[in-house]
Design a protein around this ligand. Structure first.
Ligand SMILES: *Cc1c(COP(=O)(O)O)cnc(C)c1O
Length: 373
């Protein structure tokens, strides 16, 4: 049996920068300040600059980042927030935690991202109660932000970009997270920029919005121990910020490595029963490389039998999961989403994946015989 190929590897990311990460951790330990200190402030500034916006705000995780962005924009009870059901459940969790309800638009069957035309259609039925749009840049690919921003302007609602899978992704040469009122990021270890624990951030060009989110991040404190508004606790710690600062220096390089792996897949994969997106992938940062098959489970078993890891993102769309199966959330049918969920498979993808391993994945997929039904 040949060496196993994992689907992703946060360990490989650590090992690639072990000396620098170890030094940053030791520095932080010896500095003696462990939560919301100078390393968090430094990382917030660096990350905002890297995205190309004025302000950053470190928070505890990506779910909190989305929730705080919505709250800072005044979204709350009784409001609808339009998003995609083809996302991490966290997107809906954050909307619910802000007190609002998700409203799902269907995806484009070409790439799995929300179809802006479907968002427009939801305004016809639910217009007055829609208070924000949350486009999800799924798999590292940007939603059509020209269409999203035009729709948002037409209806006078703000946009919060869910960039948890899209650190450094671009649309028309501009970074994901720089279009909306807020860009919301997760630094969960497997994301394109991953911490050694949980972490998240908001970016925005609006100093007032940043200040509102900052208050919400820590007990509503404008000054210490005095709560101006009701807030919570979603602080980022200094160890995560120090590690993120080290990793941010390599993020462009890491994203370029993901792109090279994706080109091996795009050029090599040839299988009559497997659909691969071969359209324009400019600006795509390949958080995941997905393929589609009618016999997805058999394909996944075939890969596993050759020691190749794969994952399904996601086995059930959000509106198909018991906790979110309310008809209120999916007032229109979502056929493309439901079909996508039954066919999609994520191949191995992480910056340190050797290109020879990517070629072995290609050969193994191409050699698969789809079972007769
Ligand atoms: C990971 C993820 C989140 C949530 O981030 P956490 O840090 O895990 O809370 C939100 N949205 C999407 C699309 C994600 O992939």
């Amino acid at each position: 049996m040949r060496r196993p190929i994992p689907q992703c590897s946060p360990l490989a990311a650590y090992q690639a920068q072990a000396a620098d990460i170890d030094a940053a951790i030791r520095d932080t330990l010896e500095a003696g300040r462990y939560v919301l200190g100078p390393r968090v402030a430094g990382f917030e500034a660096s990350f905002a600059r890297w995205i190309g916006v004025a302000h950053g705000l470190g928070v505890a995780n990506g779910t909190d980042a989305l929730e705080l962005a919505l709250r800072a924009l005044g979204v709350g009870a009784g409001d609808f927030v339009v998003t995609s059901s083809m996302s991490a459940v966290a997107t809906a969790v954050a909307i619910r935690k802000a007190g609002a309800s998700p409203l799902f638009a269907d995806i484009d069957p070409e790439h799995g991202l929300v179809d802006p035309a479907g968002i427009d259609a939801l305004f016809a039925s639910h217009g007055q109660r829609i208070r924000a749009l949350v486009p999800v840049h799924l798999y590292g690919r940007c939603v059509d932000m020209d269409a999203i921003m035009a729709t948002a302007r037409r209806h006078g609602v703000p946009v919060v970009e869910d960039c948890a899978q899209a650190h450094g992704a671009q649309w028309s040469g501009r970074a994901a997270g720089s279009f909306g009122a807020f860009g919301s990021f997760s630094f969960y270890p497997t994301k394109n920029l991953g911490a050694i624990g949980d972490g998240g951030a908001l970016v925005t060009d609006d100093a007032e919005l940043r200040e509102r989110a900052r208050l919400l991040r820590e007990y509503g404190w404008k000054t210490r121990y005095i709560s101006d508004i009701e807030g919570g606790n979603s602080r980022l710690d200094e160890l995560q910020a120090a590690v993120l600062q080290v990793k941010l220096a390599r993020l462009h390089e890491d994203n370029a490595a993901r792109h090279r792996i994706a080109q091996v897949y795009r050029e090599g994969l040839r299988h009559a029963e497997i659909q691969v997106f071969r359209g324009d992938d400019t600006g795509h940062v390949y958080h995941q490389f997905v393929v589609l098959s009618e016999a997805r489970d058999a394909l996944q078993a075939h890969l596993a039998s050759h020691e190749i890891g794969s994952l399904v993102h996601y086995p059930a769309a959000i509106h198909m999961q018991p906790a979110y199966a309310s008809a209120d959330y999916a007032p229109v049918p979502l056929p493309n989403t439901e079909r996508w969920t039954s066919r999609v498979l994520s191949l191995p993808m992480y910056p340190q994946l050797p290109l020879d391993d990517a070629r072995r994945v290609v050969e193994t997929v191409n050699a698969w015989r789809m079972p007769r039904r």
